[in-house]
Ligand binder design. Structure first.
Ligand SMILES: *Cc1c(COP(=O)(O)O)cnc(C)c1O
Length: 457
């Protein structure tokens, strides 16, 4: 065995302390060996950074298979999964309906670079059940969808600047990897190397839940702002639930300044209901972006709007956007199968009620024990935050010190067969396959793990 693997397996002495009643760490021998190998192929050993487990203990787990609400890693450890591939798997892993449809469609080939009836079928399923959109374009990722939506907004308005919010994530395109600048400057600073300052200068970053900041930006850049983009349910920096009135304010101020309102619903779309956050709050944005759930676990994104706005997209209009694998038949098949299940009566009601109950009982336990902890929840999304604030509505409100507690919680949960996304800033997802018996067991394990987290503090 490599020395470095041994080190990872052994952890530091502090990591392995058992005096608080921790369970012994799970075996990660095979995962550790695979990770060593992966490091020779991929930067940091991964194809997406958060997977490297940098904010939690131990080597990243290499997953071998998933079924229903369960995951198995390369060492044969079994977990109840709350990461759900970061959101897409609202029906759990390997749902028979999705798998069967994908296998059926695959028999006829994988990709044609020409239109297929499957694209019509998925589009019809979406548009005829969503009153907020009339036309759609499929892409292959959420990043691509959002990047294209911004180009569309700029093309339609003939303006260059956009307003985004600190604490919202919109994928990794240049214009959006921008964070709040220092001091009174409203221009953003790039949050990644390799992004020209001139790009960042077109992005104005303001805090969430702050009307003044948005009003001032519109005053300062009169007739220059193409769009305001927001995750209407911000779920990439914890769960920063906004007031409905704030979203309505954004609708008003964009309209009165002839700018467009973009709802980035890559997470919230088909998650809090079939019509996503737009339907949840009853607000009509100008452009909506989708991803994650829309592809049933395969790579699909989309942006959608009115027929008028979408007519600006090539080949109808002058805004160019294309994709070799856009509308890929196998990916469309997965989307069709998954969304068909979501439209069944009572689907969301049951899923959301199950999640609310789960979140409430963790909250009750923590409150009874006077633990500084809040569980935020909407639809089938939840976020455990180590805070005593009743509301967390902006990135600044997030208690960074709580992330150390999350680290301990994460390890204790893995050791009890529960898989959370490997960062305290990530939300959890519940799927239709998380049955009540399993959730009861998970709750008891969470209680146990919390006792350890707070004993240590
Ligand atoms: C995940 C996500 C994206 C990026 O989607 P990818 O498919 O990872 O490119 C964009 N916006 C939001 C709100 C997301 O959650």
């Amino acid at each position: 065995m490599f020395d470095s693997i041994k080190k990872i397996l052994a952890g530091s002495e502090e990591d392995n302390a058992t005096q608080y009643g921790e369970k012994p760490d799970i075996i990660r021998e095979k995962s550790a060996a695979l990770y060593e190998k992966a490091k020779s192929y991929f930067p940091g050993g991964v194809n997406s950074p958060v997977r490297a487990f940098k904010s939690v203990y131990g080597t990243p787990l290499f997953i071998e298979k998933g079924d229903g609400c369960y995951l198995w890693d390369a060492d044969g450890n079994k977990f109840v999964d709350f990461c759900a591939s970061w959101g897409p798997l609202i029906l759990g892993h390997n749902h028979p309906k999705v798998r069967e449809k994908v296998v059926e469609v695959m028999q006829n080939g994988m990709s044609f670079g020409a239109p297929t009836a499957l694209e019509n079928e998925l589009a019809e399923l979406i548009i005829s059940n969503n009153q907020y959109i009339q036309k759609i374009r499929f892409t292959s990722s959420g990043t691509e969808a959002v990047m294209s939506a911004l180009r569309l907004a700029r093309g339609v308005t003939g303006r260059d600047k956009i307003i985004k919010f600190e604490g919202c994530y919109h994928g990794h395109s240049d214009s959006l990897l921008v964070k709040a600048g220092s001091g009174l400057v409203t221009f953003g600073e790039t949050s990644s190397a390799g992004i020209p300052k001139s790009f960042a200068a077109e992005t104005i970053v303001v805090p969430l839940n702050d009307r003044d900041a948005v009003t001032k930006a519109f005053e300062q850049f009169k007739n220059e702002i193409a769009a305001v983009i927001i995750e209407p349910i911000p779920a990439n920096n914890g769960l920063l639930l906004q007031d409905k009135e704030y979203l309505e304010f954004l609708r008003e101020i964009t309209r009165s300044n002839s700018a467009l309102l973009i709802f980035d619903e890559v997470i919230s779309g088909f998650r809090v209901g079939f019509e996503g956050a737009s339907g949840y709050y009853g607000i009509q944005p100008d452009i909506i972006t989708y991803g994650k759930i829309i592809g049933g676990g395969l790579p699909v994104g989309a942006y959608a709007s009115s027929g008028e706005i979408m007519s600006h997209i090539s080949p109808e209009g002058g805004v160019y956007q294309a994709g070799t694998l856009s509308g890929n038949p196998v990916a469309m098949a997965a989307g069709i199968a998954q969304l068909t299940e979501l439209l069944k009566s009572g689907f969301y009601k049951e899923l959301n009620a199950k999640t609310a109950e789960f979140a409430e009982s963790i909250q009750r336990y923590a409150s009874a024990k006077n633990y500084k902890l809040k569980v935020f929840q909407i639809g089938s999304i939840f976020w455990i935050s180590f805070t005593d604030k009743d509301k967390i509505q902006s990135a600044d409100d997030v208690d960074a010190a709580g992330m150390e507690k999350f680290k301990v919680l994460h390890r204790e949960l893995l050791n009890r067969g529960i898989y959370f996304g490997p960062s305290g800033y990530e939300v959890g997802f519940i799927s239709s396959e998380h049955n009540k018996t399993e959730l009861e067991k998970v709750k008891r394990s969470i209680f146990e793990a919390l006792d350890i987290v707070f004993k240590k503090a």
